[in-house]
Design a protein around this ligand. Structure first.
Ligand code: S3P
Ligand code: PEP
Length: 436
């Protein structure tokens, strides 16, 4: 969120070209889950290529506070647990920092624990709706409260004694689905979640790796309570949501060729690849392989002639976090791009419809907000301006990539927000500018 006092500033100048290859850091969603599931599985879990971003470090801190032994050294993590019943009642508030994923998945987990806990986070977290998770967890029998009748953090939970439910979620949200499944794991009977479109399925994939049986049927998933997780090793693939910034950079900066190594391309996450192809980008998907139930590939992108497109419906959950950078891509495409069915953008780290539209308008883009997305006309030359990440990592990275094509520099306030998901972002951008 906007601080009155600007902490720091990053200046980004136009790039003549971007060349080279980057190994994309670990996936944020999968890193969170590896720590969480390792912490409730009996035994030792070794995690490699863990994302040491601020959000995932918050997840580690929360479990350490509940007595789990976790050693983290960069991208390598060792979790030692006696199982879910070994999690101790936290004596202090659990601080998730800026991480919605930590908050909502922990709500589901703590709903099954027969003790008291309180979850809180930063200013942005305090504005994000948590009732999407409190409502189903209350139905399962947990006692949950928070500001505005359990809607906003801090949220207090007194868990235990849960009964399985069948829940139809009004939103396609992996955080909601995962929270209910984690509560369901500790509930009597079977718990089923139906969602309007399939959201990312890393929870289902990884629960299976930890020995839990999960039944999937289209947009529905069921789990039987009482199953125990058995520790395993997790190799985290690179994060496609981080790769997206350099995919777009490669497509819009002149004379560029960028290769991104080790990128997770799970079908429920790879909407950005479909959109790039649909818009005419020169994109190659190479060396496809499966790592721990997750598909991985190397991606090469070149400067491309692009045309506008419509992005809507079931595609939205497959690229929800990529929409800010897709908006930038659309400013350089011929014709109109329409993004709809994306109201969820309003409840992320910022209202990402307003944040994207305001910032890109400052740079000279032809972009307007709609009630459920945005409309962009292109191509438009962009110019430099003073802008801010507003404390939102994805807005910060989008603006840094915009600075690579603007006439005149982009002065980006609050660039430190980027540490949440991509601590090496500016280093990687520098390497590509240098053509290494
Ligand atoms: O489950 C996850 O790891 C995430 C799910 C998505 O949120 P929603 O579940 O709110 O769609 C996504 O935006 C977030 O960055 C990570
Ligand atoms: C929305 C995001 O994360 P979270 O919900 O975990 O804060 C994101 O990474 O873009």
């Amino acid at each position: 969120m906007i601080n009155k006092e600007i902490v720091s500033m990053e200046t980004i100048m136009k790039a003549n070209r971007l060349q080279g290859s980057i190994t994309i850091p670990g996936d944020k969603s999968i890193s969170h889950r590896a720590v969480m599931f390792g912490s409730i599985a009996e035994g030792t879990t070794h995690i490699s290529n863990f994302l040491p971003g601020a959000d995932c470090l918050s997840t580690i801190d929360c479990f350490k506070q509940m007595g789990v032994k976790i050693e983290q050294d960069g991208a390598s993590v060792i979790v030692e647990s006696t199982g879910i019943d070994g999690l101790q009642e936290p004596s202090q508030l659990l601080d998730v920092g800026n991480s919605g994923t930590t908050f909502r998945l922990m709500m589901g987990l703590l709903a099954g624990r027969a003790y008291h806990s309180v979850l809180a986070g930063d200013e942005s977290i305090a504005k994000r709706p948590m009732n999407r998770v409190s409502i189903p967890l209350l139905k399962m029998g947990a006692a949950i409260d928070g500001r505005n009748n359990g809607t906003y953090a801090p949220i207090s939970i007194r868990g235990g004694n849960l009964t399985g439910i069948t829940y139809t979620s009004p939103v396609a949200s992996a955080q909601v689905k995962s929270a209910i499944l984690l509560a369901g794991l500790q509930a009597k009977g079977v718990t089923t979640v139906h969602e309007p479109h399939l959201s990312r399925n890393h929870t289902e994939n990884m629960l299976e790796s930890f020995g839990v049986k999960v039944n999937r049927n289209g947009c529905s998933v069921s789990i039987k309570g009482g199953q125990k997780l058995v520790s395993t090793n997790v190799e985290v693939p690179g994060d496609i949501s981080s790769a997206a910034f350099f995919l777009v950079a490669g497509a819009i900066v002149p004379e560029s060729t960028i290769t991104l190594l080790n990128v997770g391309i799970n079908q429920t996450r790879s909407g950005i690849l479909d959109v790039l192809k649909q818009m005419g980008a020169s994109l190659s998907i190479l060396n496809r392989r499966i790592v721990n139930q997750e598909e991985v590939a190397d991606l090469t992108i070149k400067t491309s002639e692009l045309s506008g497109s419509t992005i809507e419906g079931e595609m939205i959950p497959r690229l929800i976090d990529e929409l800010p950078i897709i908006a930038l891509l659309a400013t350089q495409a011929h014709g109109r791009t329409v993004i709809k069915d994306a109201e969820e953008l309003k409840v992320k780290e910022t209202n990402r419809i307003d944040a994207v539209v305001d910032a890109l308008q400052k740079l000279g883009a032809s972009i307007t907000a709609t009630s459920d997305g945005m409309v962009i006309e292109g191509p438009t030359p962009l110019h430099g301006a003073a802008v801010s990440s507003l404390g939102d990592h994805r807005i910060g990275m989008m603006l840094a990539i915009a600075g690579c094509i603007t006439d005149g520099q982009v002065d980006l306030a609050m660039p430190e927000a980027i540490r949440v998901s991509y601590p090496d972002f500016f280093e990687h951008l520098k390497q590509l500018r240098a053509g290494s």
